[in-house]
Design a protein around this ligand. Structure first.
Ligand code: PR8
Length: 466
């Protein structure tokens, strides 16, 4: 993959993921194949959220008066908001924002719903589209102006401790989610200047794309009592006192699909983890005039058997050369392809090909068929994940001096360094190197800051970011 950005652009089109020819910049169409990948990955996170969150759906429009209430928050988003100003020919009395995120839509309602400590904690989520008039270079799935699959969770708690625990719960949930997709991550606490507008602190998941740039794939924010004070979210506590709630929110977006495609893909195309692949098994019949009906009948039988084990299976019976079919499904990343011709039928076998390793194995068409295929799929998931984690491990390098940072990053890596934690020093590091401090990975009590020479407090990460 020489030029990742070009590869990524081409694969979206060639594998029928999205179509960026829609005539609004930053807004693309999900095509059927991409839509299915989106659906399967969304179902994984839905299952995780459903364990202890209630799903809700709020309106897409937010009155200006609500959006403007939380000063720091609105300042963070003011240049990114799309406004609805007219209804038909009439100017609206109050302009309405297309939600860039939904704090200001949800929290006025939380204020009505939360009365006493019995109502807490409250944990809700929605999967919606949000709109951000991004001014940085837009890229399909990575930086879009309509985020089509914004999974946002919003919680409120009686105590600060509970809200901190919720942050840990979200971290565990996102770990499980990304583990399921085989996407490696670096978790860090964002520096003060890069936290979510209005939050106390932000924890972020970043992943390293093949060109070494990091992509923020999920964020978790502790909102403290800032929004509760703005939107008057109070509750009567056990002691009879009225208190402000503590809040958190967390979100992942279409970027999940971008990382899935980018991290697992290779020169031949997608390599999809079985959990999210539209087809987990693609059967390719090798047809000759003689024996055609028998081969097709056997393909149907195999499909039925595998579907009975809840696998997603398709038969490519298009009237084209088998070689072209193999290429097409390689491009689309089906984890396992099964080849079946008249001779295989005679021998009662099929040739299975793993997309991740390109290994071929003969599998008997007997009662163990489904088990054998499931084993291949499991191995393929594990392998994609371990390859991706190995890549990450090889691409995080420790920088001993400030001068080493550009060299490390320009050769496709993320740099780790010791930092005293002071904000001005952080800015100085960013200015001198030209890269972004991702955040703090861990606290330490030894070593010296790479820039100030003072005692280091943290191991921090710096990278070229999307
Ligand atoms: C929140 N409120 O909004 P966040 N294109 C694609 N993905 C994006 C884009 C974009 N233009 N902008 C952000 N993301 C909080 C949490 C409710 C939920 C993705 O947080 O602004 C990024 O992966 O940090 C980001 O981590 C996630 O959406 C949440 O957005």
């Amino acid at each position: 993959m020489e030029n990742f950005d070009e590869w990524f652009h081409d694969i979206l089109e060639n594998a029928d993921i999205t179509d960026s020819r829609y005539p609004i910049k930053g807004m693309a169409v999900w095509r059927p194949y991409g839509f299915q990948i989106r659906k399967h990955s969304m179902n994984i996170i839905k299952r995780l959220l459903d364990k202890d969150h209630d799903e809700v759906l709020f309106p897409m429009l937010v009155p200006e008066s609500e959006l403007a209430k939380e000063g720091i928050h609105v300042k963070g988003f003011e240049d990114e908001v799309y406004w609805v100003t007219k209804g038909g020919q009439r100017e609206l009395n109050e302009q309405l924002a297309l939600r860039p995120t939904s704090e200001t839509a949800i929290y006025p309602m939380y204020s009505l719903w939360i009365r006493t400590h019995i109502d807490l904690p409250i944990k809700m989520y929605q999967i919606v589209n949000t709109f951000r008039y991004e001014t940085k270079h837009t890229r399909p799935l990575i930086r879009v102006r309509e985020i089509t699959t914004f999974k946002e969770a919003h919680t409120a708690h009686a105590t600060k401790e509970e809200s901190d625990e919720q942050i840990q719960d979200f971290i565990e949930m996102y770990k499980e989610f990304f583990d399921d997709l085989g996407i490696p991550y670096l978790i860090s606490k964002r520096p003060e200047w890069d936290k979510f507008p209005g939050s106390d602190y932000t924890m972020a998941f970043d992943t390293i794309m093949p060109n070494g740039k990091t992509l923020q794939i999920g964020t978790i924010h502790n909102l403290g009592q800032t929004f509760a004070k703005t939107f008057d979210i109070t509750f009567e506590d056990k002691d009879g006192e009225h208190k402000y709630a503590y809040q958190t929110c967390a979100g992942v977006s279409d970027r999940v699909i971008a990382s899935l495609i980018g991290i697992h893909g290779d020169d031949k195309g997608l390599r999809l983890p079985p959990k999210v692949s539209p087809n987990q098994v693609t059967i390719i019949p090798i047809l000759f005039k003689k024996g055609k009906e028998e081969v097709l009948a056997k393909c149907d039988e195999i499909k039925e058997k595998l579907e009975a084990e809840c696998l997603r299976v398709n038969i490519d019976d298009r009237d084209i050369r088998p070689g072209k079919k193999f290429n097409d499904w390689e491009l689309k990343g089906t984890p396992v392809k099964l080849e079946l011709g008249p001779r295989d039928l005679e021998n009662n076998i099929t040739i299975a090909m793993r997309r991740d390793t390109e290994e071929k194995v003969e599998i008997a068409l007997d009662d163990n068929l489904a088990d054998n295929i499931i084993e291949l799929l499991d191995k393929s998931s594990e392998n994609l994940s371990s390859q991706a984690w190995d890549f990450q491990a090889e691409h995080v390098k420790f920088a001993e001096t400030l001068d080493e940072i550009p060299e490390i990053i320009e050769s496709g890596n993320v740099a780790k360094f010791y930092w005293c934690g002071e904000e001005e020093v952080g800015h100085e590091i960013e200015e001198k190197t030209g890269y972004d401090v991702l955040g703090i990975q861990e606290e330490i009590s030894e070593g010296k800051c790479i820039a100030s020479g003072k005692d280091a407090k943290y191991v921090a990460l710096i990278a070229k970011t999307y």
